[in-house]
Structures are given as structure tokens and as C-alpha cells.
Design a protein around this ligand. Sequence first.
Ligand code: TXA
Ligand code: MG
Length: 319
Amino acid sequence: PDTIDRAARILREGCLVAFPTETVYGLGADAASDAAIAKLYALKSRPHFNPLIVHVLSGAEAERIALVGALAASLIREFWPGPLTLVLPRPRTSPISLLASAGLDTVAVRSPAHPVARALLEAFGGPLVAPSANRSGHVSPTRPAHVEFDFGPAAPLILDGGPTQLGLESTVLDLTGEVAAILRPGALPRARLEDFLGPLLAPLNVSSVHGSNAALKSPGMLASHYAPRLPLRLNAASAEPGEALLAFGPNMPEGAIRTLNLSPRGDLAEAAANLFTHLRSLDAPPASAIAVMPIPVEGLGEAINDRLQRAARPRDTAR
Ligand code: TXA
Ligand code: MG
């Protein structure tokens, strides 16, 4: 409790705190403070046009910062707290910093389930913006050590909640258009949403994102958002000389410099939880590339394949 209080004090002073959620570690800042959010963008080296998710304790708190319609309210009752982010219209009276919405007339909100995240929100007493606590363009952190590694001596206070349970970022659902649409597949599988809502729009085609309206809707969906340093080779049956291998399932081909298995028993939830940790571990010399075995696309496999495809794309140097 003392550390949570200290973290809340730091946030009230307009500084940053990294904290665990059930998905990935977040870099928290006072959602109402332009100065705190400017600091956050600077530390992440994040392009300013990429908006932030506002974290709240409840649906009632969401209603103070966004327009929560009937559909949003029913989704909140069903899936909060949890890994579902809703993009909602932003009323003119919203107390959230305009920097958090990065110029859009919408705001993304989510209520995290992790007890440390909730204790921090409670102690702070208001909404917190929290992007994943990595430098912009890097793989999201699922352990405190990842946050430390990315920021080095510039790292803020990190609340240690151990490895995160889900390992993939939240699913981002846009409720501001005619039809609900998944802007980012994530830890809440599409099928769970479809069971509740009926068929949704198709996911964004990553290769068509640049310059399209979709890119303006969710700027974080830039093709090369989740890149490790080494090149990735997807759907590999085995490793070529010099490659490290990211395996999946019981069949482990030999010959790789180093092999890590996402889930020897072929379990997608286990694979999701291990994905970013294993990618970070394999992303090191002397390997020259990372070969990745095929992962089925059902359930959480949609989000896992989405992150792998982004990581495999050449870096977008223009951004
Ligand atoms: O699981 C998560 O969502 C984690 C934890 C810390 O909560 N957070 C996270 O935040 O992944 P971040 O900033 O790394 O990713 C937020 C995504 C980006 O793709 C961003 O473009 C999108 O949400 N987003 C945020 N606000 C938006 C808005 N108003 N309209 C459309 N997309 C938005
Ligand atoms: Mg991120």
C-alpha cells in the first residue's frame, strides 16, 4: 500500500509510473494533464498523432469522459474489467487532455482487471492514460525487466506485478462508426465479441493501412508497430543456418542457434502470454534472423499472427 501511495503521489505531481495490467505493462500519466502526457510522449519517443487509451475503474467513470451509448454500456457490463478497449465519441466537456486523443474527436477507454492497476487508479483517484511501457516501435513489455531494458536510467518507478497474465494488448473496438469494428485484434478474441454482437466488420488489412481512412482512425496500427531488431521469417518449417527459432507445438525442428517454444502443447493462451518475452529473448546476436513456425489463426491466434506480421515488416522509417 505504501508503494501504491507513493506511485499515486508521483502521478499527481505530473510524472510517470509504469504498472502491470492483465495484458501488458502500461506507462501511466494523469489523463487530465497536458504536461504529464507531453512527458510521456517524449519518453516513449511516440509520434504525437498516436492517441492513448484512458484507463478507468468503472463504466460510471467512463461516462464522465466519453459518450457511452447503449451498445457500449452493454459491452462494458459484459467485458469490463478486462482486455477490451472501446473507442467512443468524445464530448466537448471531457476533462481528458486533448493530447490523449491526438486531435481525434474520439477517446479510447478501458478498465483493467489487474489488482495493482486497480489499486493505483483508486489511489490516484482519476483516469490515467497508459500506452504500453515500451519505446515507440518496440515490442510491448510483459515483465518489469522489459520496461527497465527499454528506458534504462530514464525508467520511471515500475510497480512489479510479475509477468502479465495475458501477454497481448487489449482488443480495440471502434463504436463511433455505423458498425462496430475491431481496430486492433487483441487479448479478447473476436469470437467472444461476435457471440455478443453478431458478425463484426473484417479486421484491417495491415498492408492497406498506410494512407487509408483506417490509418487515421487508429494511427497505432502502423504496419511496423511491433518490431524487434532482427528480421523475422514467418511460417518457417525449420531454421536456416544462423537463425533463431520461435517454435509452436510439440514438433521442434533442430538446427537453430537457439530455440524457444511459445507453447509445446500448442495452447494459444500460453503462446500469447509468452509471445513478447520470447521475441525479446531471441532478438539478440549471434542470430541473424528469427524464424517463426506457423501459428493457427483461430481464437487468440488472430492477434498473435497480427503482431507477428507487423514485427516481420520492414521498419517504417518515414514515421
Ligand atoms: O492492453 C492495452 O491496451 C495496453 C495496456 C497498458 O492497457 N495499452 C496499449 O496502449 O496497448 P497503446 O498506446 O500501446 O496502444 C493503444 C492503441 C493504439 O493502436 C492507438 O492508435 C489506439 O489504441 N487508439 C487509442 N486511442 C484511439 C482513438 N481515439 N481512436 C482510435 N484508436 C485509438
Ligand atoms: Mg503500444
